[in-house]
Design a protein around this ligand. Structure first.
Ligand SMILES: Cc1cc2nc3c(=O)[nH]c(=O)nc-3n(C[C@H](O)[C@H](O)[C@H](O)COP(=O)(O)OP(=O)(O)OC[C@H]3O[C@@H](n4cnc5c(N)ncnc54)[C@H](O)[C@@H]3O)c2cc1C
Length: 454
């Protein structure tokens, strides 16, 4: 039965009078967003009998998680130990510090990295198959499938099996806040109808903000106008919603850049798999210009922008192509130029033949020696370019993930700009400070753990 209800909220922050055509929905915890962070929280809460509702603004599930390309950061897992690729958490943190990323967030990164095995087990128990050891800090899907689409396929199935309700085309447009507490959310459905969802807890799992040029201009103006590989849904809604309650934002000038965006037919895709599988980067002169697998992507993006015409290419050979289903998919879509010889590849992409031949020969020798004297690359030197055919794809730098986001405590409760907790409001995933599927999974589970402990 539909009826009209009138609610008036008198709080210092919100004073609204709304008329709703639909009855309010009541639930224990409302989760806003159906990526890995939201579904991880939903599955853990459901496992212990909690009433949960997931709201998703898009007609499909998964947001940016669907796009996660290749690797799941984790160290010292059974999988790594079996492959003899062991890296301690302190050594991983030293590398992270060198990359300059998440400088203010290292203690929380450390907690997550010590939970590497728990994260991997949680996914593998559900059938994700994260067993392929890519490097001492990276795991991939056993059969070389794309990481995010496999994770979402499995989590969507598990959510369905568990009977967790999910409303799609349900965009959260306001937080309901009364007497100093969050009491639920207001949603707008596809037809424009508004409805209230009243809940004991609200978990914002809305993802990043790189597809909102207004927020980029406000928080990270250096990168305004760059292409982005993120999902259309990554418009920072959680930040916009929580800022109305004076929520604090932390580290948002730090944007995760992608030094390997291939832009074609109006679509931006991440070619990072090509570098991961051993590819190198060259400029229009057919020469390398940087450590092609340097962990500081901000530095790499600036180096790319400094090349002639701001143009560069990634070059791989058939050994790298065969190692990755993702790259094979890109080849089928026409994102690579292919040639049987290096000289022909150079002609096809318009760089000097001799230079490219010399570049690949020198780099191949570096791989065989295990030392890249020219640029000091140490990671993923997987091919010496002796396996034709050869492939090239044009690259641009752009934004990929949001690093900064809502400031939360160790239980993922949102904080105000005065450092106070906003009661009943949690934020998880890329919406908070840091990014990547392990962070989203771990923070989603942390919020669930705290809600269960209440
Ligand atoms: C090209 C690319 C490659 C990547 N590769 C990797 C990789 O190899 N490894 C890795 O670990 N990470 C990778 N990442 C990062 C990773 O995908 C994300 O950090 C992570 O998946 C984010 O998960 P999330 O649950 O926090 O957000 P999302 O997956 O974005 O989910 C947020 C959801 O919230 C919904 N939503 C937003 N606003 C509202 C609203 N107002 N109302 C209702 N619903 C809303 C969105 O529609 C979306 O479905 C990559 C990212 C990109 C873009």
């Amino acid at each position: 039965m539909q009826y009209k209800s009138v609610f008036t909220f008198t709080s210092a922050l919100l004073l609204v009078a709304n008329v709703y055509a639909l009855e309010p929905i009541h639930t224990g915890t409302v989760i806003v967003g159906s990526g890995i962070s939201g579904l991880a929280a939903a599955l853990d809460l459901n496992k212990y009998g909690q009433d949960v509702l997931v709201l998703e603004k898009m007609p499909f599930l998964g947001g940016t998680t669907n796009l996660a390309a290749q690797y799941f950061v984790s160290v010292n897992t059974r999988e790594h130990q079996a492959a003899g690729k062991v890296l301690s958490v302190p050594d991983y943190l030293k590398r992270t510090e060198k990359s300059g990323r998440n400088a203010a967030n290292l203690p929380r990164t450390a907690q997550r990295m010590y939970d590497s095995q728990k994260n991997v087990d949680w996914l593998n128990e559900k059938g994700v198959g994260l067993t392929r050891v890519i490097s001492d800090y990276q795991l991939g899907i056993s059969d070389g499938s794309s990481l995010g689409s496999k994770i979402m396929k499995v989590l969507a199935e598990k959510t369905k099996e568990a009977g967790i309700p999910i409303m799609t085309n349900a965009k959260v447009v306001n937080l309901i806040y009364k007497n100093g507490k969050v009491l639920g959310v207001e949603i707008e459905q596809k037809g424009g109808e508004k409805q209230e969802v009243l809940a004991k807890n609200v978990v914002l799992a809305t993802g990043g903000f790189n597809n909102n040029q207004g927020l980029i201009a406000k928080y990270a103006p250096e990168w305004k106008g760059l292409p982005t590989t993120t999902a259309v849904s990554a418009t920072g809604d959680g930040i916009v919603l929580a800022e109305k309650l004076k929520a604090a934002v932390k580290g948002a000038s730090e944007v995760g850049l992608n030094p390997s965006i291939h832009s074609q037919d109006g679509i931006n895709v991440s070619m990072s798999a090509a570098r991961l599988e051993g590819g190198i980067m060259i400029n229009l002169a057919g020469k390398r210009f940087c450590d092609d697998y340097y962990p500081d992507y901000t530095k790499m993006a600036r180096q790319m922008m400094a090349q002639p015409e701001g143009k560069s290419f990634v070059i791989i050979d058939d050994k790298s192509m065969k190692a990755s289903k993702r790259l094979q998919g890109f080849l089928k879509k026409g994102y690579f130029v292919e040639a049987p010889t290096v000289a022909e590849l150079a002609r096809k992409i318009g760089v000097p033949e001799k230079n490219l031949e010399e570049t690949l020969k020198t780099y191949g020798e570096s791989v065989r020696k295990g030392k890249d004297e020219a640029f000091g690359r140490t990671l993923n030197m997987k091919t010496d370019f002796t396996h034709p055919p050869y492939y090239a794809s044009s690259l641009l730098p752009g934004t990929q993930v949001s690093v900064g986001g809502l400031d939360v405590n160790d239980f993922m409760q949102c904080k105000t700009i005065d450092g106070k907790i906003i009661p009943n409001l949690y934020a998880v995933g890329e919406l908070t400070y840091d990014s990547g599927t392990p962070h989203s999974l771990w923070t989603g589970r942390k919020a669930a753990e705290h809600i269960l402990s209440k």
